[in-house]
Design a protein around this ligand. Sequence first.
Ligand code: ATP
Ligand code: MG
Length: 351
Amino acid sequence: MRMARTAIETGDLSVDEPGGTDAVLARGLSKALGSGVRRVEAVRGIDLAVHRGEIFGFLGPNGAGKTTTLRMLTTLLPIDAGTALVGGVDVARSPEEARRRIGYVGQLGGADQQATGRENLVLQARLCGMSGAEARRRADEVIEQLELREFASRFARTYSGGQRRRLEVGLGIVHRPEVLFLDEPTTGLDPQNRANLWDEVRALRAAGTTVFLTTHYLEEADSLADRIAIIDGGRIVAEGTPTELKRGLGSASIVIETGLGDGALEALRRELEGQPLVTAVGAAGRSLRVEVTDGAAALQPIAAAISARGVPLEALSLSTPSLDDVFLHLTGRSLRDPGTEAGSTPTGGAR
Ligand SMILES: Nc1ncnc2c1ncn2[C@@H]1O[C@H](COP(=O)(O)OP(=O)(O)OP(=O)(O)O)[C@@H](O)[C@H]1O
Ligand SMILES: [Mg+2]
């Protein structure tokens, strides 16, 4: 779960290292929002290192501090304490220079609905300082790259959710940023559009762009991100590749569905509890859920114990930890719980 030794650990944040591996480097990043009783410590001393050319997933529940962090990293919100470098440039000291390296697609999006997709892109390119001809050329390139062709000549207000998101990503990359920040890029999209956007994000990585995206979708972080940081209550609670994070949990569960009645099921439950590698066994209906430290190693002896008892077996399955299990383990809550308002508590709160 540990990240590679970076400037965070060496304490060397002041050196501009264009050839370095960190596209984003933050240390002790903090932000309080609101005032008086409404004051919220939204981000509480975050350390982050995003490697060049990777897709980095910033995962956390509603109110965890994802957007606040992103807005600090992208110069949109002043930093209270700590340091942030993007592409080696200090965002507080050299915001203009940092902005040239940054693409940002906000949670609410920012396309002009009364203009066509192409017009939006040309305007964005002009705002980035390109000449008219250059801007039109760049707009066409982005239209090709993100496959916006079929709707680029329509007013943005006529776009579907997925089309709108793709245009917004296009607006974020017009100036060829080193690092593209996407705040919840697929929220509200149907599975098909979500998968399309994932493909676009992977294509951007293949073209050399570092992508930093926030999400509260576990599947998105798991399948799209090369590495993940999990944020909760303004603090990073874990960082690593999805595999590392899940392996770090070191456990799995075996679900056994039987045709047994209560008494026999309880007897089997007690027997399995005594098996090596088993940490807990829970019963629900006619099935047992066996928590084990090593799924692959425990499966065989458990199957043997069941078979020795002549238990009528209906199904047996092994499930390895998910990122939700990781989150549950670290915070005691599930990311899947609807309405989990795991946001920061006001200053002086219980957290
Ligand atoms: N302007 C503000 N004034 C006071 N509190 C704020 C303000 N903006 C955000 N907050 C609070 O700061 C905390 C972090 O908010 P933030 O928007 O960063 O969360 P998030 O992780 O992006 O959540 P979501 O998944 O809902 O987008 C939340 O508790 C939020 O209510
Ligand atoms: Mg947010």
